[in-house]
Design a protein around this ligand. Sequence first.
Ligand SMILES: [Zn+2]
Length: 171
Amino acid sequence: MVHTIVRYGQPVLEAKAQAIAEFDTPELHQLVEDMFESMYAARGVGLAAPQIGVGKRIAVIDVTTGEDPAQRIVLINPEIVSRGGAQTGEEGCLSLPTFREPVTRAQKVTVKAWDAKGVAFEMTGEDLMARALLHETDHLNGTLYITHISPLKRDLIRRKVRKLQKAGEWG
Ligand SMILES: [Zn+2]
């Protein structure tokens, strides 16, 4: 089922999400599947559960946007275990449509997480994958990418969002 993407301004996006304690349940597998469907429908490469209004520590990533099912990544209760280097690149977020800003992040990160069956794993990503791992893990801590840009640019985005909200053009 495709869910509506929650937009910036909703408290669930800025709250710390709850850890998953029970794995391999039909509910969890369905939620993960719904997250992939919702992400593909929105043409994103990553989605965190709070973005569909669910305050749980689950994120999905597919940098092929559905072209290659083998590239699907499910991160449950992810933790960044190491990071190195730096990269600066344009970043956007499905919860902040139309906005894009350069964000400096680590160039290489290693994440520890669990899959939906409850199997723990570690993965290392570089460049775009490192960016996605950091962006999605941030979401689960209630942090949006605009936290990492200058206060001036952040205020500008906030003001534009407020205008769109008043005009009824922001979901
Ligand atoms: Zn995002």
